[in-house]
Design a protein. Structure first.
Length: 156
């Protein structure tokens, strides 16, 4: 049994296996720090990704990894997933166009995706919600749970 360690960032006592090797910060805090760094240094991150993809054998190694993963875990999507996405995009051209505009605005630094949901305060993956597709820069940043509740009419 591992002893508890105190995280240098959040100060919480957590089991030793919750800390990556040779780190004083827990996994949760390391992920938060990485997200912040990625937001503050977009050009370095683009360069890092480009360099990673340019390495010899990357494409083959990447393809092999996913081939093995899907063989082990299976695909949770239907066989015609790509065609379903295409149909959805054709039927929802406004949403598709606005999503593209928002992604580009984030890359260009015109918009910033927050770390927390603006409704419940949960951190994690944050989605942009638009009440009006004619105003692509007016975004309500919400977690997946709140986003679903908005579309179900549970949150006004």
């Amino acid at each position: 049994m591992m002893s508890n360690l105190k995280c240098a960032d959040c100060g919480e006592d957590k089991e030793g296996n919750f800390y990556p090797r040779n780190h004083l910060r827990c996994k949760t805090c390391l992920i938060k720090r990485a997200r912040i760094y990625q937001r503050e240094h977009p050009e370095q991150m683009r360069q890092y990704e480009a360099n990673k993809r340019a390495k010899p054998g990357y494409k083959e190694k990447h393809a092999e990894y996913y081939k093995k993963w899907y063989a082990e875990h299976g695909r949770n999507r239907t066989d015609n997933y790509a065609s379903l996405i295409y149909l959805w995009q054709k039927e929802h051209t406004g949403a598709t166009k606005v999503a593209r505009i928002v992604r580009q605005a984030i890359k260009d630094g015109l918009l910033e995706r927050p770390l927390k949901c603006s409704l419940c305060g949960r951190d994690g993956r944050i989605n942009g919600h638009h009440e009006d597709y004619n105003s692509p820069y007016e975004v309500l940043w919400v977690c997946s749970s709140c986003h679903k509740k908005i579309h179900l009419g549970l949150i006004g």
